[in-house]
Structure formats: C-alpha cells, structure tokens
Design a protein around this ligand. Structure first.
Ligand SMILES: Cc1cc2nc3c(=O)[nH]c(=O)nc-3n(C[C@H](O)[C@H](O)[C@H](O)COP(=O)(O)OP(=O)(O)OC[C@H]3O[C@@H](n4cnc5c(N)ncnc54)[C@H](O)[C@@H]3O)c2cc1C
Length: 413
C-alpha cells in the first residue's frame, strides 16, 4: 500500500491550497478527488474577494489571502490573472449605513484602505449603479476579482511541482480509524495510508467526516450566478458592487456583467442522498431565482430590467455553518483527521490563507493566529438537525447583513 505523510481529500480551493502548503513544508502528499482536479464548486465561484469580514481573525486571513494572490506566481510557479478595482457595499437603509461605518472603522485599524463615499462617486466608479434609493456606500479599494479556477488549479499544479501526487477520479469511500487515530483511506483505486488525512470535500464535507465517525455540522446550499453577454461600457476597472440588504453582487466579467445573490428560499442539498455519480455539473439550476433577485434592485441596477442575453449560468454547493465561521482543525475523536470547510460562500478568496494555516497546524501542532473560533468543538452538542438547518439557512438568507453586523471584536476575542 502506498504511504504518504498526508492525504488530502478534495482538490477544490481549500484542499489544493492545503496540499500545496504541506508539500512546501516538505511533506509527502496525495491530493485526491472523485472528479477532475479543481473542477467542482471552486471552479464555479464568482471569484470575488471581500476582505472586510464578520470577525477580526477572518478579516486578517482574508487580507493575508489577497497578499498571497499578489505573490502567487512567485510562490507557486503558476501564473494568475486578477483585477483590483476594489469593491463597494451599498446601503439602502440608515441602519445598514451605520453598520458599514462601524465596520469600516474597525477594518481601517487593521490597515485596510477603506472609506465611505458618496452615491455620486459610487456611480462614477460603476456607471451601472444608479444612485436612486442609496443611503451610503463603503468603498474597499484593495478588493480583487479573478477567474476562480486559477486558485485550485494553480495550487494543485504548484503542489505537484513540489512532489505531491495528484489523483483525480479517485473516490474515497472509507477512512479507517485504528485505536482512535486515522491510518488509511479506502478508494475505488485501492487503499492509501497516512497518519494525517484532510477532509476538504466541500459539499461532501460532512459525509466524508462521517466515514471516520466524526460529526461536522454544515449545510450544503445551492448558490448560483449568471453572466450576461458583453455590454458596452463594462470595464474591468469597475468595482465589485454589493447591495447589502438585497444580498446581491455584480462585477464585470468577460465583457458582460456577472450577477449573483442569496435568495430568501435557498435550497439545501444533501449529497448523501444523491447518486454516487453525482457531480456539481448535475446540480439542478433555476434561473428564476436570479431573475427575482434582479427585481429587488431594479432602481439601483436598472440594466438587469432589460432583456439581456446570457453567456453563462452556473452554480455550486458551498457549505454554511451556524455561526458563519469556517471550520479548520482536528476532528475530536479521530486523531489525525483534519477538517477544512464550512466555506460560507467565501472559501475561494480566503483559501490561500486557510490552506497555509491548516498546514501550519498539521506541521507544528499549533498556529500563530488564534484559530479557536474555527475549531470543530465549538458546536453545541445536541443541536437538532432542524435547528442547525434553520441557523444555516438564516446565515445564507441575510448573508451581507451578517457579514457587517456581528460583533467584530468580541467574536475575534
Ligand atoms: C456561484 C458561486 C459563487 C461563489 N462566489 C464566491 C466568491 O466570490 N468568493 C469566494 O471566496 N467564494 C465564493 N463561492 C464559494 C466558493 O466556491 C467555495 O467557498 C469554495 O469553492 C470551497 O472550496 P472547497 O475546496 O471547499 O470545495 P470544492 O471546490 O467543492 O472542492 C471539494 C472537492 O472534494 C471532492 N470530493 C468530495 N467527496 C470526495 C470523496 N469522497 N473522494 C474524493 N474527493 C471528494 C469533490 O469532488 C470536490 O472537487 C461561490 C460559490 C458559488 C457556488
């Protein structure tokens, strides 16, 4: 049986980043995926960064991730293209304006280049944003966007260059635990041994953890976006624009506009009930969800009231947690099983830092940053399935207000 220092299950942004950073630390690594490498939810993301996050530790990690994207080619040997027009968060109600102001003051203290700007200035930066109904706008100048597949593919290729073994089309069906510690995985291409196994299985996170008897409480939620055909006047210098109470985002893409958002009646998906051959490309999409969301911002984004042709409609399965924090750490009860997920629809842009942190934890047994808010043991024992589902649903439905509302310093303490 082939033996590695570490086996990483899942080659999305989170798994590929972890594999790269473990290989960089000199570990022998196998990166496994039941599908093609870097082909599932990560490849379908919007590719937006949002460095102002709900807690201080998440904001620091999101900032670190952007710094690593800037140095990506140097660090991984893989080219990456990104645009840095910044992002704008738009408030249509006074309580959201106050929330943004408060959050920006905290973000500024961490060194982010952020300011409140006038609605007219926001319109100058993004001419597709009309000023009607806008109360306040926060401008985060260092935010970026990119074609998402570059992140997992780049890290997977970078890991391979450092000696990691990439195993696409390799389905893990069992994690063997002996005397309380993981020892090997069973796959449809044979068994592989390692004392460290990373579950970075995205929408399958809970299912894979359950192979080792671990309970990882996340809900996979369908999330979709559309990209219009090219529109005259769209430029990559126009900032990402988020309308926070409506929970929608827009950015330039391929000459057109990308539009995505968080609907009030989201669709949880239990992958354990899907056929074993299910792939993200088989996920049933529903364009009417996005059409309804465009209606909620017709005064601010009137362009979407026109009969626009689409060049793409895509979706995937990000995972929500009950508190909006990611999951990063060792699974209680299964020594050597590390879990990285609960991306809360923000895992692609923070993956460079989360993979680095997890590798640090695995290699050194600790991280310099206090990552206890992301530990698995934070979840209350005994929370019912329906309670968990409801909390995750609420996180999704009020996505941006949660991002800007939570008690930043207290949550980071
Ligand atoms: C439409 C959309 C827009 C988004 N926009 C953004 C954004 O702008 N910014 C942002 O940061 N995030 C965004 N996200 C979220 C982002 O896509 C996720 O946070 C990120 O992709 C999570 O990466 P992952 O590695 O956990 O998951 P994945 O990319 O899904 O990777 C998990 C992998 O595990 C593999 N796997 C599962 N089970 C097994 C098994 N048993 N054996 C072997 N392999 C297995 C799967 O095949 C898969 O390839 C968006 C998501 C969607 C759907």
């Amino acid at each position: 049986m082939e033996k590695f220092d570490a086996i990483v299950i899942g080659s999305g942004a989170l798994g590929a980043s972890t594999a790269f950073h473990l290989a960089k630390a000199g570990k022998s690594v196998a990166l496994l995926d039941r599908a093609e490498i870097a082909s599932q939810t990560s490849a379908r993301a919007a590719g937006l960064s949002g460095q102002v996050r709900q807690t201080e530790v998440m904001t620091k990690l999101a900032m670190r991730a952007i710094d690593k994207i800037r140095r990506f080619a140097e660090e991984t040997g893989e080219e990456i293209e990104y645009f840095q027009p910044g992002s704008m968060s738009v408030a249509r109600f006074p309580e959201h304006a106050a929330m943004l102001q408060e959050r920006l003051a905290l973000a500024k203290n961490l060194g982010l280049d952020v300011d409140m700007i006038s609605p007219d200035h926001a319109h100058e930066l993004n001419p597709f944003l009309a000023t009607k109904g806008i109360v306040a706008v926060a401008y985060m100048r260092q935010d970026i966007f990119l074609e998402p597949v570059q992140v997992p593919r780049g890290y997977a290729n970078g890991a391979k260059r450092l000696g990691a073994v990439l195993l696409p089309h390799t389905h893990v069906s069992e994690i063997v635990v002996e005397n309380g510690a993981v020892s090997r995985v069973v796959t449809d291409r044979g068994d592989l041994a390692a004392k460290t196994i990373v579950d970075a299985a995205g929408g399958w996170l809970s299912l894979v953890a359950s192979f080792a008897g671990s309970n990882v409480p996340v809900v996979a939620m369908r999330h979709q976006l559309m990209i219009t055909a090219p529109i005259e006047g769209v430029e990559t210098t126009q900032p990402i624009t988020r309308i926070i109470d409506a929970n929608v985002y827009v950015r330039p893409d391929k000459g057109g506009l990308m539009f995505g958002g968080y609907e009030k009646d989201p669709k949880p998906v239990d992958v354990s009930q899907m056929s074993p051959s299910f792939r993200i490309e088989d996920l049933e999409l529903d364009l009417s969800v996005l059409k309804r969301l465009t209606e909620t911002v017709k005064d601010q984004l009137p362009i979407f009231q026109q009969d626009l042709k689409l060049q793409e409609h895509r979706g995937g399965l990000p995972t929500m947690t009950t508190d909006g924090h990611h999951i990063l750490g060792e699974a209680p009860g299964a020594k050597g099983l590390y879990v990285l997920g609960g991306c809360n629809v923000g895992g692609l842009s923070i993956a460079p830092a989360l993979g680095e942190q997890l590798a640090e934890l695995i290699v050194n047994g600790r991280t310099e940053l206090d990552l206890s808010p992301m530990a698995l043991d934070r979840f209350a024992a005994g929370m019912s399935e329906s309670e968990m589902l409801e909390k995750c649903r609420e996180r999704y439905v009020h996505y941006y207000t949660f991002r800007f509302k939570d008690n930043f310093s207290a949550a980071a303490a």
